[in-house]
Design a protein around this ligand. Structure first.
Ligand SMILES: Nc1ncnc2c1ncn2[C@@H]1O[C@H](COP(=O)(O)OP(=O)(O)OP(=O)(O)O)[C@@H](O)[C@H]1O
Length: 536
């Protein structure tokens, strides 16, 4: 090999790998222009024993017999260093490598991460070593990919400040506690985490794993889009939930054919969605029950605990968050609101679908969950009338009214820019509109529109047949009492979970709600209501 010493202008050295017999690289001292050095699969035992080529950027020494690292302060251009499959037991001598972005020391004998402080590392691989802790990485602010698989690590502590990390491989370690997830749940760039082969019940971590792998990586820190806020919020609840002993919510478990049915009425504050939700649940008591949210605000006059909301203190609300009780939460007007898993489950246990109301942020959050509700947007079309309506309620300050009115555009925009985001849009906000909105909603639920909503007549007919009800073709008039005429109401027995017909009754509601989406606008359309102000 010494013959190469005379090639002083050699820029790349190819295929020194697999020579098998190469013992030292002293000849490299005569190649000051070398950029890449590949000497994998040889018998080299000394480490960088040659004069440093000024532009040496990439070095591959994997599968050799090296045991000890030395100070590489003179190799200032080094960007990538591959030292896999050697016998190093300590990381040292790299502190001056101010351009080193990729370091791989897989399959060595390293038991402690050291000497990496302040390096501009983006990729670090320490797979197949003897590490028991994640340490010494706190200052690697540029780190994006970290492979610590095949070690003996039991805790995720040490990762919490690595905000650029997008991928972490921790396969085949000793992580046994779900609580360990708390160390990574605020890593906003993380999109891929692998924990396969750890003693922790892996199935319990799968939702987190799945979530991370589908999450959009980039996060705008200062003005995050609604999806990003919702994704973070969803992850917080998911992690808190995973940290608790796992409870099986039987009635809302996602089933293979159709998810648990839910109807979500959304729209700006005071647009009438709460009244509509209550009325809908009265009219269609065979199908829907009101999903009661928690809130930290004080009850208004006439509101009842356990009917309109569960009114709780800030402290209790926080406790519930930490106990992983919520599916989603939102802060509105200085108060917290949240929909708990138990609220939904209680309704589901009665064999009914949940009807809830919430602001837009709640909808974004719910879209991250395994529920697949139908979303109906109730939007005031005449802003001044909406403002008068809010003022007339006597509940809000001028600032609160301005805030609510200004959010109408947010809803309208969301509907315009995201066709299909809402399953239906209904105009509302004045007394007349409120009545029309109810009729539209009523029609939507009670008439053939529900089977139009479904696009799944087979499922509906099959489930009707299963309960002995014939599907009816005639549309119903809004003045008739709804549910009974569409589908004869179930006997009391049918609502008893121990009765075999209970499940098929439940399936029937599921089939009706868990359908394909309708066009975005229906019910009282803009032209129905003579609106001139809000384009939606
Ligand atoms: N879990 C939740 N997530 C998101 N938003 C929620 C949630 N629960 C309630 N909200 C919404 O928060 C807003 C404030 O609720 P609040 O009950 O204080 O309003 P309101 O003045 O009674 O008006 P509304 O008649 O619209 O409920 C409402 O738009 C309500 O729908």
């Amino acid at each position: 090999i010494s013959v190469l010493s005379s090639y002083i202008h050699l820029q790349n050295v190819f295929n020194w790998s697999n020579f098998s017999c190469l013992l030292d690289l002293s000849c490299v001292s005569n190649m000051p222009s070398l950029v890449t050095l590949d000497a994998c699969h040889n018998e080299i035992s000394n480490f960088f024993e040659f004069q440093p080529p000024k532009n040496l950027k990439e070095v591959k020494f994997s599968h050799n017999r090296m045991t000890k690292m030395k100070d590489l302060g003179e190799y200032l251009s080094l960007c990538k260093l591959d030292l896999d499959y050697n016998s190093f037991s300590e990381i040292s001598g790299l502190q001056q490598c101010c351009k080193l972005t990729h370091l791989s020391l897989a399959h060595n004998k390293i038991s402690r991460i050291s000497d990496l402080d302040s390096l501009p590392l983006k990729h670090l691989c320490l797979r197949g070593n003897q590490l028991e802790k994640i340490e010494g990485l706190e200052n690697l602010k540029s780190l994006q990919v970290l492979d610590l698989s095949l070690n003996r690590i039991a805790s995720l502590s040490g990762l919490q400040n690595l905000h650029m990390l997008g991928l972490i491989n921790l396969e085949k370690n000793q992580i046994s506690e779900i609580q360990e997830c708390k160390h990574i749940y605020n890593l906003s760039s993380l999109r891929d985490l692998s924990l396969v082969g750890n003693p922790v019940v892996y199935s319990a971590l799968m939702p987190l794993d799945y979530y991370l792998s589908t999450q959009v990586a980039s996060v705008n820190k200062y003005d995050p889009p609604l999806e990003v806020v919702a994704a973070r919020e969803h992850m917080t609840h998911l992690v808190y939930q995973l940290m608790q002993p796992q409870v099986l919510f039987d009635s809302t478990l996602p089933s293979a054919d159709s998810p648990y049915p839910m109807l979500v009425l959304t729209g700006p504050q005071g647009c009438g969605k709460r009244e509509l939700a209550h009325r809908l649940c009265q009219e269609f008591s065979e199908y829907f029950a009101y999903g009661i949210c928690h809130t930290t605000r004080q009850p208004y006059f006439g509101e009842e605990n356990g009917i309109d909301y569960h009114f709780v203190s800030e402290e209790d609300f926080k406790d519930m968050v930490h106990m992983g009780k919520f599916i989603q939460t939102m802060s509105y007007g200085g108060h917290s609101y949240g929909l708990s898993r138990e609220a939904i489950e209680q309704v589901a246990q009665e064999g009914l679908a949940s009807c809830v109301h919430m602001e837009l942020e709640g909808v974004f959050s719910l879209k991250n969950t395994y529920f697949e509700p139908r979303y109906i947007l109730l939007i005031p079309t005449q802003l001044e009338k909406y403002r008068d309506h809010l003022t007339g309620r006597g509940l809000y300050t001028a600032v609160q009214i301005d805030a609510a009115v200004s959010r109408v555009e947010l809803y309208a925009n969301t509907n315009r820019q995201r066709p299909g985001f809402f399953d239906n849009v209904i105009a509302c906000g004045t007394e007349l509109n409120y009545f029309l909105a109810f009729v539209a909603l009523w029609e939507l639920i009670s008439s053939r529109r529900i089977s139009n909503l479904t696009h799944n007549k087979h499922a509906v007919s099959a489930s009707l047949a299963a309960t002995g009800h014939e599907p009816e073709d005639k549309p119903l008039s809004p003045v008739s009492r709804s549910g009974k005429e569409i589908l004869a109401s179930p006997s009391l027995n049918a609502l008893d979970p121990s009765n075999p017909s209970y499940r098929s009754y439940f399936t029937r509601i599921q089939a009706e709600l868990s359908s394909h989406k309708t066009p975005a606008v229906s019910g009282c359309s803009k032209s129905d209501t003579n609106s001139t102000e809000v384009e939606f």
